[in-house]
Each structure stands twice: as structure tokens, then as C-alpha cells.
Unconditional design. Structure first.
Length: 237
């Protein structure tokens, strides 16, 4: 994980807060602590943070209210909600209110750090959004969700196909697991979810890219691990 990240930890439970702060600081992440909703909200809105960890059950101001205020003032600031086990409704409400992800208590430092890393990776990709890329005789126009072939053939991409392709291209040269795709493209919890839907989308994507499904050039299958976009992008798209 990159150094010099700054995370705001809003949590009233001292033991959890200390544990989180220790885990983050051990990774070289700068932390600021808030013990209640009022402090948390004002720090989040004013401070220069890369991410906020937000407990929902907070004194003085409810975590949902804090989340609402953060979203109103700082729409792009990543927020991970900390929820108690058995509070599925909170998770759904949190995600609806614009939380980027959630972690269920009790969580391990490892799990928390993985979530933070995934959310930060996603958020720092946002400004680099590609509108159009070209590779191997194919042009992808993301604004129109369209694949154009050299010979003039065109295919429309579904929103999910476009998002999947964009994610694979952004991670070109790296194997992306199905779990990662479920989390970052489908935005669902990868635990216990059928991953075949991803494979079906890849099949359709390959058809539109005219990628040979037996020996794909662009979207390769890496057995037991996932998929990898393996083609170099042309410089001038
Ligand atoms: Ca609490």
C-alpha cells in the first residue's frame, strides 16, 4: 500500500479504535481519531483524508447521519462503514447512502487492510478514466459503450461489459481474480456468490472483441486464478 495515506477513524469503542489505528499505522498510514459522530463528521468534512472508517453506532450523532453529511459535502471521499454482525440492514442502508464498502465486526486487521486497499485503488483510478482505447485493431469507445473493428464492424457493450473491460484494461498485465471482479465491477460481496456470471460476461466480451475463445489474445483466462488483459494499448487512441 502507498505510504502517506491519511485515514480518519470514527469509532467510539476504544478497543476497536486502538486496534484499527495500530493496524493502519503499522502499514505506514497516518490516522486521525474521532470518538463520536459530531467530531467525526466535522473532521471528515473539513479534513484532508483519503478515506474514512465509520462506525454506525456512535454517540452524539448517528453514523448514518454522519455518512449523509459526508456524502453531501464530499461526494468522492471514500467511506468504509464498520457494522456489527447481524445488522444486515445497516449495511444495505450504508451502501445506499453511498458508503464504498463495509466491514463486519469483529474483523481482522488483514481483512480491514484489504478492504481499505481495494477502496483506495478504486478511488484513485477514478480520475484516470479512459474514454477511448485502441489495441490490436479494435477501438473501444467507452463514452458510447461501443466496440469498433478496423473493418467497420461495431458492437454495443452492455454497461456491465464495458465496466468489466475497463477494469481489466486498467489492470492490464495483472491477473484479476473473479472475487475481485465481483467486488469491484459487480459491487457485490464475493462470499458465496456464483462466479459463473463473470465467465459468461467474458465469453460475450470476447465475441464482441473478436477474440478467439480457444486462444484469446486480449482477455486471457489464467487457470485457477482469474482473467488478465494481455494486449498492449496503442499510444494514440
Ligand atoms: Ca459504536
Amino acid at each position: 500500500m502507498d505510504a502517506k495515506r491519511a485515514v480518519l477513524v470514527v469509532e467510539d469503542d476504544e478497543a476497536i479504535r486502538f486496534g484499527v489505528v495500530d493496524a493502519l499505522e503499522a502499514e505506514g498510514i497516518a490516522t486521525t481519531e474521532a470518538k463520536d459522530g459530531i467530531e467525526g463528521s466535522s473532521l471528515a468534512v473539513r479534513g484532508e483524508f483519503d478515506l474514512v472508517l465509520l462506525d454506525l453506532g456512535l454517540p452524539k450523532k448517528d453514523g448514518m447521519e454522519v455518512l449523509r453529511e459526508i456524502r453531501a459535502a464530499r461526494p468522492k471521499l471514500p467511506v468504509i462503514v464498520l457494522t456489527a454482525r447481524g445488522q444486515e440492514e445497516d449495511r444495505v442502508r450504508g451502501l445506499k447512502l453511498g458508503a464504498d464498502d463495509y466491514v463486519v465486526k469483529p474483523f481482522s486487521a488483514k481483512e480491514l487492510l484489504a478492504r481499505i486497499e481495494a477502496v483506495l485503488r478504486r478511488s484513485c483510478e477514478r480520475p484516470l478514466d479512459l474514454d477511448r482505447v485502441r489495441f490490436g485493431g479494435v477501438t473501444i469507445d467507452f463514452a458510447r459503450a461501443e466496440v469498433r473493428h478496423k473493418g467497420g464492424e461495431r458492437f454495443e457493450l452492455s454497461e456491465r461489459e464495458a465496466e468489466l473491460l475497463r477494469f481489466l484494461i486498467k489492470n492490464a498485465g495483472r491477473v484479476v481474480s473473479r472475487e475481485e471482479l465481483l467486488q469491484d465491477v459487480w459491487r457485490v460481496d464475493p462470499r458465496g456468490v456464483e462466479t459463473r456470471t463473470i465467465d459468461m460476461h467474458v465469453v460475450r466480451l470476447r465475441e464482441k472483441l473478436r477474440d478467439d475463445s480457444d486462444q484469446p489474445r486480449f482477455v486471457r483466462t489464467v487457470r485457477g486464478r482469474g482473467y488478465m488483459f494481455a494486449e498492449r494499448l496503442d499510444e494514440h487512441a
